[in-house]
Design a protein around this ligand. Structure first.
Ligand code: ADP
Ligand code: MG
Length: 385
């Protein structure tokens, strides 16, 4: 971390000609289990990872906000009082959208001081590890402190979600921001996406001799269009036809009625959400009673449900998961919104290289581009430094 902190301070100095006031950061996240359950007001079990987006911030005398990123060439600039979702586009819609969204949650954008922001990140972009929540959460904690807003981490998660939904135009849920803000070392965040109540759940991977391997297929997704929005619409239709406010209100006992009421496709979408919610609860119980060696089948069942019922996997993700399973992983599944991105595999430390070699070989055999593989550990959420 100290390397990227120094880099970001130097980068800030170079662009804006002065030293920053302070440095804040927020992690990406891996979702252990609970996919597409967040916007159905259900349960998720993500954890913050040891890759972070770092923001250097300097205060200004006027009411202007400027943002720059190592990721892009241009410096975006706008008066805080003129922020509006329809005026924001491209990557700067994430940080500027957060500033706008803070205004929706009580910040007086006509009165707070302007800021200069410079952003660097070690979270891979578009890999399903939520570089988007990392940038939103890093900017949110920085502005919350500098503007002395006193908003809770839960509210900052809402702020990030509002920015992503309205300024970026991606209809994503509350999970990613919650993980990035609430995560803790060696803990997962068991989040009820309706009440936003959360509990930390000890993962204990290292104690059990396990590591979590991320397999980034390099197949990029786009959440603001296409499949993600279509799955959301299916879930809303399913809830309406079943007569409940959200699919969260259905359990496995409702599956027979769902089969009668819904067309086959909507039924399978609904079945994924119902069974996935149950798997999240079962995973929490298993971690607490038996430890991480007991969660393998739940991870794999989750993948099968996403592949067959929710239909958000792609061949590369299926191959990564099957190859990991066949070469000694405790369990594996695609993670994130789907249609590309990364898979995760819970693997015994001594078996990691064998699994990596097997996955590289399988991808080569199928003519797929080589995936990027790295391990992640559960880390602390957003904060200063
Ligand atoms: P994911 O969250 O899975 O990484 P998304 O498509 O949700 O993928 O978010 C990626 C987008 O977020 C990027 O295309 C870019 O617009 C923005 N973004 C993420 N990190 C940065 C960064 N460090 N600097 C600038 N923009 C970023
Ligand atoms: Mg994202």
């Amino acid at each position: 971390m100290s390397d990227i902190r120094d880099e970001v301070a130097a980068g800030f100095q170079e662009i804006y000609g002065s030293a920053p006031l302070g440095i804040w950061s927020a992690p990406g996240r891996a979702n252990l289990i609970g996919e597409h359950t967040d916007y159905n007001e259900g349960f998720v079990l993500p954890f913050a990872i040891n890759r972070r987006t770092v923001v250097a911030l300097g205060a200004r005398e006027d009411g202007v906000i400027r943002v720059a990123s190592a990721f892009a060439d241009e410096v975006a600039e706008i008066a805080l009082s003129e922020l509006a979702p329809e005026r924001l586009r491209d990557w700067s819609a994430y940080p500027l959208g957060v500033a706008w969204a803070l205004g929706q949650y009580g910040a007086d954008l006509g009165a707070v001081p302007g800021v200069d922001l410079y952003i660097e990140s070690t979270v891979p972009v578009g890999a399903g590890l939520s570089s988007s929540a990392a940038i939103e959460s890093a900017v949110a904690v920085a502005l919350n402190e500098v503007w002395q807003l006193g908003l809770s981490l839960q509210t900052l998660a809402r702020v990030g979600q509002l920015a992503e939904n309205k300024a970026v135009g991606a209809p994503t849920g509350i999970m990613d921001q919650s993980a990035s803000l609430l995560g803790r070392h060696d803990q997962a965040v068991f989040l009820d996406c309706r009440s936003l109540e959360s509990e930390l759940v000890e993962l204990g991977f290292a104690d059990a001799g396990l590591e979590l391997l991320v397999i980034d297929t390099g197949v990029s997704h786009d959440h603001s269009t296409g499949g993600y929005a279509a799955r959301r619409a299916s879930c809303e239709l399913g809830a309406r036809l079943m007569g409940v406010p959200a699919l969260r209100d259905l359990g496995v006992e409702d599956l027979p009625r769902a089969r009668d009421v819904l067309d086959d496709e909507t039924f399978r979408r609904v079945r994924h959400i119902i069974t996935e919610n149950q798997r999240v609860i079962d995973t929490v119980t298993a971690l607490r009673t038996e430890g991480p060696l007991a969660i393998g089948d739940l991870l794999y069942d989750s993948h099968i449900s996403m592949r067959d019922d929710f239909e958000i996997s792609v061949s590369e993700l299926d191959l990564a998961v099957e190859t990991a399973q066949a070469n000694g992983a405790i369990g594996a599944r695609m993670t994130g919104g789907g249609f590309g991105g990364a898979a995760i595999a819970l693997v015994p430390s001594e078996g990691i290289s064998r699994i990596q070699v097997a996955i590289d070989g399988a991808f080569a055999e199928h003519g797929f581009s080589q995936p990027t593989m790295f391990t992640v550990t559960a880390s602390d959420g957003a904060g200063r430094n």
